[in-house]
Design a protein around this ligand. Structure first.
Ligand SMILES: Nc1nc2c(ncn2[C@@H]2O[C@H](COP(=O)(O)O[C@H]3[C@@H](O)[C@H](n4cnc5c(=O)[nH]c(N)nc54)O[C@@H]3COP(=O)(O)O)[C@@H](O)[C@H]2O)c(=O)[nH]1
Length: 529
């Protein structure tokens, strides 16, 4: 796979991960909230079922209080039956009220004097209430629950009280005898094995894939159990996922596209810079270096320029960093060397002592073939070793040991080394002491502050003092005024470069300047390199 393909894949995977994590967290949160909501729901449904069951118990107790004091004969008399009908009609949850004798309901609000054998009790609660779960009355297909308190029996529909509990898919509810753990009223199927013995008054728990809510009555020996399939929570999570996943995907696609676009434009910068090299769109210009003692041009810094075939001029502070980032700065340096090799002889014919300065980048400083390339430059160009200055910046020294080796090798071969942009790096003094160079170039930042009240005003003087102590020759760059020139000369600076003298010149302009200079007799002996 091509590096660009791998990078695209890495970006897509990275972005997907960045998106998947928050989406996963949001779905987990939605699920957790859904679980909590579901648990609260089952408990509130259990409370509501219990409230209806307690109300049923209250209505049974009220009927028993009215009927129990009557004798059997009074209860089944016309007056007694009227009373029972009144109780029946006045209650919301009882389907009938009757009088019991043994297991037989002698008379009732709905069948008058017709007797029904209700069969033996199913169980008796702690307070003596007798329960029969499946009694069949007028319609044998409809089983009822008979609850007997004393001699009074109440007929209750097995589901009526629970019909007030909200109906939801999969929801089962049951009211049970707490003591006997036997269902009294139920809707759906509630396996009583779900109810563990530790429940005191209320509980919520999850068993397998079900959420269970339990509420126990304070007045009766009853409790309500509500069971809801736990997949409700999963449904909420699925709903959340349905919303979040497409949003996340869209954001992911947008981010990936943005990153890929940025990467493409980065790689296209690289391609364009390379194309410029292939099409020979680069050329050099030369900024003269002045000997401050004689005022003569003694050298020049070679500065690369790029004029695209479209005529567009791309400034070096745009394409040099781009080339550095794209890893092709060494190819640019190679082009500078080739161009200088072509140009230098014309200059040397006019000024045989002329020196040239070239810039090296961090990548150049750390590659193994840089020394060979520089020696090849001197050979091809005819520039004497002592007349070539290699400029390195503090920022181009990444591996100090390696940089030291490069500087030593160059100096051993008689080539001069200058620290460029001095003072703008992080650890100027340390590098200066360790790199053992020939020249120090004071950055234009400090030159421009000379004679001003700025904080850096005094820095140039300190740098010059220090360079003199270390026996370094000093080049001040960026000189734009006579005042700056005078201060620097008085401080002991040897060479100067800046718009005051010349902007970077084309080769032809430089040659013209040198021819003009030759016509003027020298005032003093040139002290330049
Ligand atoms: N690795 C390489 N880097 C290079 C090469 N050619 C240039 N560069 C670097 O690009 C940066 C911008 O350079 P440039 O636009 O050429 O600017 C140079 C001068 O024109 C400018 N200068 C000179 N005198 C003055 C002045 O009086 N005032 C003022 N405002 N600017 C002035 O300074 C730049 C030279 O800087 P330096 O190299 O630090 O001496 C720049 O960082 C170049 O280094 C290349 O071939 N290779």
């Amino acid at each position: 796979m091509k590096p660009i393909g791998r990078l695209t894949l890495a970006i897509v995977i990275g972005v997907c991960c960045m998106i998947a994590v928050p989406i996963g967290a949001a779905i987990a949160l939605a699920r957790q909230q859904a679980v909590e909501r579901e648990e609260l729901l089952v408990l509130s449904l259990a409370r509501s079922a219990l409230a209806r069951s307690d109300e049923t118990g209250d209505q049974i107790a009220a009927a028993a209080r009215a009927i129990n004091p009557l004798t059997d004969a009074e209860a089944c008399s016309r007056l007694g039956l009227d009373l029972m009908r009144k109780l029946d009609l006045g209650s919301t949850l009882l389907q009938g009220v009757g009088r019991m004798e043994g297991n037989v309901m002698r008379c009732s609000s709905f069948a008058g004097g017709k007797a029904f054998d209700l069969g033996p009790p199913q169980f008796v609660s702690a307070n003596g209430t007798i329960f029969r779960a499946q009694v069949r009355l007028i319609d044998p297909a409809l089983p009822y629950v008979a609850v007997q308190a004393g001699a009074t029996v109440a007929i209750v529909h097995k589901e009526l009280a629970l019909s007030f509990v909200e109906a939801m898919p999969g929801l089962d509810v049951s009211v049970i005898s707490w003591l006997h753990r036997i269902p009294i009223l139920s809707r759906g199927d509630v396996p009583l094995t779900l109810l563990h013995s530790k429940v005191e008054r209320e509980a919520i728990f999850r068993v397998a894939d079900r959420t269970v809510g339990v509420a126990r009555s304070k007045r009766y020996d009853t409790g309500a159990i509500v069971v809801l399939p736990a997949n409700q929570a999963a449904t909420y999570a699925t709903e959340a996922a349905k919303l979040l996943v497409p949003i996340g995907l869209l954001v992911g696609i947008a981010l990936s596209a943005l990153l890929i676009w940025a990467m493409r434009s980065w790689s296209s910068t690289r391609a364009i810079v390379r194309q410029g090299l292939r099409r020979r769109e680069y050329h050099l210009c030369y900024q003269p270096v002045i000997d401050l003692a004689s005022g003569r041009i003694v050298g020049a810094e070679a500065l690369i320029r790029w004029r695209r075939s479209s005529g567009e001029i791309v400034p070096p502070d745009i394409f040099i960093p781009a080339a550095e980032e794209a890893g092709i700065i060494c190819a640019i340096t190679g082009r500078v060397f080739d161009l200088l090799a072509e140009d230098a002889s014309d200059v040397l014919r006019i000024e045989p002592d002329f020196h040239f300065a070239v810039n090296l980048s961090a990548a150049d400083m750390h590659r193994s073939d840089i020394i060979a390339d520089i020696h090849s430059l001197t050979e091809r160009s005819g520039i004497p070793h002592a007349k070539l200055i290699v400029e390195v910046t503090e920022r181009s020294v990444v591996d100090l040991e390696r940089a030291r080796e490069t500087v030593h090798s160059l100096r051993r071969g008689g080539i001069a080394v200058a620290i460029d942009d001095f003072g703008t790096g992080y650890s100027s003094l340390a590098y200066l002491a360790q790199l053992d160079v020939d020249f120090l170039k004071i950055d234009k930042l400090f030159v421009h502050s000379l004679g001003t009240g700025s904080a850096t005003n005094q820095v140039a003087a300190r740098i010059i003092e220090m360079a003199n102590d270390l026996n370094l020759r000093i080049i001040a760059e960026g000189i734009e005024t006579r005042a700056q020139e005078m201060i620097l000369r008085n401080l002991g600076v040897h060479y100067a470069q800046g718009y005051l003298y010349d902007r970077p010149l084309s080769l032809e302009d430089l040659l013209q300047r040198l021819r003009a200079q030759r016509a003027i007799p020298r005032r003093k002996k040139n002290v330049a390199a």
